[in-house]
Design a protein around this ligand. Sequence first.
Ligand code: ADP
Ligand code: MG
Length: 641
Amino acid sequence: MSELSTDRTTPPRIQLLDDDLISQIAAGEVVERPASVVRELVDNALDAGATDITVRLQEGGVRLISVEDNGHGIPSDQLALALRRHATSKIRDLHDLQSVLTMGFRGEALAATASVSELSLISQTAHQPHAWRLDARTGELQAAARERGTTVEVRELFFNTPARRQFLKTPATEMAHCLEAIKRHALVRPDVGFALWHDGKQLLHWRAAPALPLPDSDVALPTRRWADALGRRFIEQGVPLLAERGPVKMHGWLVRPEHAGARADTQYLYINQRYVRDKTLAHAVKSAYADVLHGQRQPAWLLHLHIDPQRVDVNVHPSKVEVRLRESQALHQALWHAITPVLAALQPGASSALGLPPTHTSPPSPLAPRPQEPEPWVRSTPQEALRSASQLYASSQPRPEVRAPRGAFSTAPAPAPAPAPVPTPAPAQAPAPALEGLAASDQPLGQALGQLGGLYVLAQNEQGLVIVDMHAAHERVLFEQYRAQWADKTIPAQRLLVPLIVEVTPLEHATALAHRDLLLGLALDVTDTADDDSALVPRLTVHSVPQAIAQRAPEALLRALLSDLNDHGSDQAVQQARDALLSTLACHSAIRAHRTLNLAQMNALLRDMERTERSGYCNHGRPTWRTLSIAELDAFFLRGQ
Ligand code: ADP
Ligand code: MG
């Protein structure tokens, strides 16, 4: 430091940095916080073929990080080499680098970590009489005792780089980051058991879990591990994704849009078993959900992509969470096309088995991973979801699937223990069709029975009672119709015999004239009102309106559309503006609450819904209908018990 001259006339001397300093500089990129060490050490354990990994932390990992595995170990004569910079057993030449399949390959994690901590390696292979321990600081090698495998102990992280240490958060926060690092590994390696201890307490123990095979397929999904790591709700509230498109094979789990949350903290993307962050691909998932999920809500999902390793450059980032993808646009397309139909065919329903008494859960499935450990969510729900998924793949034309939403009414209070005998109801005047007479296949939403509270249409189908939110459902039907009509400008318009003059703000006025064509595509023919007063109070003349709203005040629709256009700004992609506009149009055209419908109108709505993609959700991602099955009613009324 002192030799560095500040004199601007003499050039400073160029020198090679010493080894320790190089490692500390590298550590700056690789080791950001305890969780980065955990990630690197678990990477190494997995690369060594471990099937059981135990992580122990003290004070959020700052005092101690120890990672113990049962992998192949490191021979005693190579322990010192493992700690050297650019020393690796994983690649030998450029060719290996271009198709790397191991987690590590840069040979710098141990060296970098050792340069900012007190590190020791204890390892035993299958061929040594006993284990050996190497102290990185002193270089001392001692005999030690342990089974085959390796333990890496990292103490006093950043003790010699106080600036780094100051950036660390509380032990609880650092611990949470370490847990997240383990989770990212665990989600992709269900065949490996993981345990985590913090300050002497065991926080998690996820056993190696077999994957559930998909019926009639050689694909298996590790839903049990996913449920362990992300919570059972993640599995209960989602459906599987399995697809192969062009260069990419994928499998994963998509949580239903109605369960989207405020935070994007359950979105996991893996490429060839490696957790990665990639804006383009995340955007593909986001836009696939955007059709059923408006606004700021964040869906939860887990996606594994399998791509030819030659197409992925993992050597972009020292911590390898960012990768460079060849043809990332093609991958974007592939992802979007794979996810969209799965979401489009979703019907709200099997939202949750939570809170259901055990007697209501499905019978044990032959696919149960561990029959001796009853865990209904792992047994029944994924299987049910898998069944629905296999149907999805079977037909490219998604068709609404009617299922009993188990647990839909599980929040209802428990029925009284001894219900009084119910008098036989008088026969209804117009008897509803017998349950067994209903053709389930072509009319899955069944036959309308009546209206409830001016908001809901009640119908009966094969399963039982269907409850439809009529405004929301109609809104979706219209939205999809409008979307189809938009392209060829065939949204039905009604010309007004007497054009309507609307007073607007100067901003609305300018917006309307700037987007005249766009509005015309929405069946709204709007021109400037060129009269003497218009200089003072801007006005617009409306010559035609969408047929569906002809009977209502078109002003409200016009103002809403102009406000949408402003929100999106003129330079925004028309695509985005389009969906917002069509959504507004659909909302304004849909049946209003408290409008009385006759049975024929209700049935027409049900048939429209059956024909409409995504009809299970309104444009804002809320469900539009549910089923209350006979079985649920029986259970509720304690029939047959
Ligand atoms: P990289 O993983 O990129 O090769 P590291 O610095 O993480 O670099 O590790 C250096 C080498 O030490 C590895 O290539 C591997 O041979 C060996 N090694 C590290 N950790 C383990 C482990 N847990 N079990 C067996 N070998 C290990
Ligand atoms: Mg490594």
